[in-house]
Ligand binder design. Structure first.
Ligand code: ADP
Ligand code: MG
Length: 272
């Protein structure tokens, strides 16, 4: 008899840190692109009303007909919001400014924290989309209901941490939120890792921060460190991931390394 094929669930990683400007969106775009470049099938879900991940992937506001706002409202499925990007194997569910109002709209619903999880579950069972292997969720800079939706839907959280003086500030609050989600909404949630971003080797402080963070968080911190790199910050204004804009720059190379580290950790976690 033919075995019944159960669709493999993609690994769902939420990029979260309630601080703005730490590299969540940059990591979503470039880790997503790097994963796609090495053969994964990737979907980026833009959950930030600012829509920087959407813009950075070249999807301008006019082209965002269906968005994550509609998905969280329950009006459409995630498959309807998905669109292709210029990167092969990388698709995007874009966001719009409407998302600013979504929390009020769904606040009264019993399943308000489960909206994204339900949408992903449905997508995985949709034959047209079930070859996805990774879903990356770009969270807004807050620990709001939107971020709770992301953590509830995720297998793991990936925390970008900027190499600056206050890097660890606010981290305990983030960890507490992960604990709360695990205790209630999503018992399997783990922290896959912490990625240090915008590292500047010419700045002594950057090195000190890196040492402190490794001391506090141990092997949760990825070996790969993302350097501060001007090509990375230029790329979004061309609507391109850094890996398409300049594959050889230090930033793109670091994101490729990070992608293989993420895959390696996923394999170890799944084998455990
Ligand atoms: P977040 O999504 O956490 O708010 P972003 O990814 O938008 O943070 O990054 C904040 C700013 O820093 C952006 O202008 C981005 O281009 C820039 N940036 C992020 N990572 C790097 C890097 N490695 N090198 C240089 N600039 C970076
Ligand atoms: Mg962002």
């Amino acid at each position: 008899p033919r075995p019944i094929s159960i669709p493999a669930r993609p690994r769902v990683l939420a990029l979260a840190n309630q601080k703005g400007g730490v590299g969540k969106t940059t990591t979503a775009i470039n880790l997503g692109t790097a994963l796609a470049a090495i053969g994964e099938k990737v979907l980026i879900i833009d959950l930030d009303p600012q829509g920087n991940a959407s813009t950075g992937l070249g999807v301008d506001r006019k082209s965002r007909k269906a968005s994550t706002y509609d998905v969280l409202c329950g009006d459409i499925g995630l498959g309807m919001a998905m669109q292709a990007t210029a990167v092969p194997n990388l698709s995007l569910a874009p966001s719009t400014l409407d998302l600013l109002g979504v929390e009020l709209e769904i606040a009264g619903a019993k399943d308000r924290a489960l909206r994204l999880k339900k949408a992903i579950d449905e997508l995985v069972h949709d034959q047209r989309c079930n070859d996805l292997t990774y879903i990356l969720i770009d969270c807004p800079p807050s620990l709001s209901l939107i971020t709770i939706n992301a953590m509830t839907a995720a297998d793991a959280v990936l925390v970008p941490l900027q190499c600056e003086f206050f890097a660890l500030e606010g981290l305990s609050q983030l960890l507490k939120t992960v604990e709360q989600v695990r205790a209630g909404l999503n018992p399997r949630l783990i922290i896959q890792g912490v990625v240090l971003t915008m590292y500047d080797p010419r700045n002594n402080l950057s090195g000190q921060v890196m040492a402190d963070v490794r001391h506090f968080l141990g092997d949760k911190v990825y070996d790969t460190v993302i350097p501060r790199n001007v090509r990375i910050s230029e790329a979004p204004s061309y609507g391109k991931p850094a890996l398409l804009y300049d594959l050889r720059c230090a930033g793109s190379q670091a994101y490729l390394k990070l992608a293989s580290e993420v895959i390696k950790r996923e394999r170890t976690l799944r084998a455990a």
